[in-house]
Design a protein around this ligand. Structure first.
Ligand SMILES: *Cc1c(COP(=O)(O)O)cnc(C)c1O
Length: 232
């Protein structure tokens, strides 16, 4: 089956990413993540056949239900809220967990990955808008959280992820970029550990990914602009 709207959307988004990259004067790589919540496996696999090499799923249950049939040539990241009791189901299936929102969760990921001799790449989720309804570390908590997490050998800290308040991405992206830089290597002595490889800033979605790229994002997470409006 050919999903022609996905072909067109993918091309359009790729062009916009490239133009935003040039406009920002950047020469580094910006990855497009296809966010696949509510999207069925056939459509996901079609997108992968068109060149998508990174897929983001929000929910463990949904990931598990699609996993066997999914084309394994793409990397899978978990991007949604993760309960500690579900960690054990996904450690062997995802290459990164972008939604680490507590020390407790990171500790569980470390424990489960130790059992399968894996070092899991993680991003720390930042609640940049300080919204009560959202999880994540507050900007003030980040520095000490990183300090604690450095002692966990089976996770590797790769950077930050955020979901800004709805419609307010542009306002918060500069602050996220500053946090990303301020918490990066060399600012603090012991951050040259093997498990500190600070190179990823995941922000920007369908409506604001170009602004995110202007502000240093190197993974943009795109769902509806690629696959069409979600039907729940
Ligand atoms: C759904 C979702 C996205 C993509 O949202 P769109 O607006 O459809 O592009 C990105 N990140 C997270 C964490 C999401 O849950």
């Amino acid at each position: 089956m050919v999903y022609s709207e996905v072909v067109g959307n993918y091309k359009r988004i790729s062009d916009k990413i490239e133009n935003a990259r040039i406009k920002a004067g950047r020469t580094d790589k910006i990855r497009l993540m296809a966010v696949t919540k509510t999207v069925d496996v056939q459509k996901i696999n079609f997108a992968i056949s068109q060149g998508i090499d990174l897929v983001g799923e929000n929910r463990v249950q949904e990931l598990l239900s699609k996993y066997d049939e999914m084309d394994k040539t793409a990397e899978i990241h978990l991007i949604g809220t993760l309960q500690t009791n579900k960690v054990k189901y996904i450690c062997d299936k995802v290459s990164m967990i972008q939604s680490v929102d507590s020390i407790k969760l990171a500790t569980e990921i470390n424990k489960r990955c130790e059992k399968i001799s894996k070092v899991m790449d993680v991003l720390l989720e930042v609640n940049i808008g300080r919204e009560e309804s959202k999880g994540g570390f507050s900007p003030e908590q980040l520095n000490s959280a990183i300090g604690e997490l450095l002692s966990l050998p089976n996770i590797r800290l790769r950077g930050l992820m955020t979901i800004p308040p709805f419609g307010e991405g542009e306002k918060y992206f500069p602050e996220m970029y500053k946090l990303y830089v301020d918490n990066s290597v060399k600012k603090v002595d012991n951050r040259s550990n093997d498990n500190f490889k600070w190179d990823t800033l995941s922000m920007g979605m369908s409506d604001d990914f170009e602004e995110a790229i202007q502000n240093g994002a190197n993974i943009v997470r795109i769902g509806s602009a690629l696959f069409g409006k979600r039907i729940y």
